[in-house]
Design a protein around this ligand. Structure first.
Ligand code: B16
Ligand code: MG
Length: 217
């Protein structure tokens, strides 16, 4: 039934969600602002400046736009330093098999990422030429939970949303996929991702996903 698969990047294809957390943690420690994994959950899939705004909710101080840009840049420098060391070994379990099987069966595959560093990460993972289309934050106006990223991906692989499957690790991303009118697979915690049509702990069980595309392995 389904003919296209649209992957989120951070937290689905590779574990950069952890690097985003570490970079934000370093910045918030420097600023003396409380930050933990629970607050971090709200940042997943959310753009850089908007993520900073969520972190600053815990601060009593008011910051100018200039200061905010400076903080966001700083976080991005920490993050960029971390992603330098990414190699193909950092692909999450199941991802190489999924990409291979889907492509072999003529299923279109795309990436829909809210990150402006998506191309660097995909390049370091050695898979940037595998996808039929890649859309990142620089090409759209509205980030997740708005469906624009997923709709843009579908359009550029020439498919209607209802024949596409979106794969996400964030609540904002699942909402974006559902609003786009696609089938949503959540990867991670069931409670956080319960609005998805299917939730998996990780992508190791590739069979379960491939079956949606009528592929039996
Ligand atoms: P950057 P995804 C998102 O990527 C991350 O989940 C989110 O935590 C991050 O703030 C956002 O990208 C922006 O990233 O600062 O690199 O532009 O999960 O949509 O692939
Ligand atoms: Mg993600």
């Amino acid at each position: 039934k389904y003919r296209g698969a649209i992957f989120d990047l951070d937290g689905v294809i590779t574990d950069t969600a952890r690097y985003h957390y570490e970079a934000w943690k370093r910045l918030s420690d420097e600023l003396g602002i409380y930050f933990d994994e629970k607050i971090n959950e709200r940042l997943k899939g959310i753009g850089r400046l908007q993520s900073l705004e969520i972190i600053l909710e815990k601060s009593k101080k008011q910051f100018s736009m200039e200061e905010k840009r400076y903080f966001a840049d700083k976080k991005n420098q920490y993050y960029r330093e971390m992603i330098k060391s990414i190699t193909p070994k950092d692909l999450l379990p199941g991802i190489p098999e999924l990409i291979r099987e889907l492509k072999e069966r003529g299923i279109k595959i795309a990436v829909a990422s809210a990150s402006r560093n998506a191309f660097t990460v995909l390049k370091n993972l050695g898979i940037s030429d595998k996808f039929d289309y890649i859309v990142d934050a620089s090409r759209i106006k509205k980030g997740k939970p708005h469906p624009e990223l997923f709709l843009t991906a579908a359009e550029n692989i020439g498919l209607k949303p209802d024949v596409c499957v979106g794969i996400e690790d964030s609540a904002a991303g699942i909402e974006a996929i559902k609003r786009a009118g696609m089938f949503a697979i959540g990867v991670g915690d069931f409670e956080i991702l319960k609005k998805a049509d299917m939730v998996l702990k990780d992508l190791r069980d590739t069979e379960k996903i491939l079956r949606l595309f009528s592929i039996n392995v």
